[in-house]
Write a new protein. Sequence first.
Length: 67
Amino acid sequence: MTVGTQMSQAIATVQSAAATLKIFALETQDQQAKQTFQQLAKTFDNALTTLQERQQYMGEQEPQYKQ
């Protein structure tokens, strides 16, 4: 498995986790749990941005990693 493929899989995994946490936040009635899920989703969104920036950088610096 190439680094580019691994990065794409990591991005997809983080996107899925963030989406799941957002759904949990919408579905729960417990305000503390809702806040926790929202904070975790924000953390995953920040990680996603970092991974996407890294993927873009890799594509610019190492063309063999482009998807």
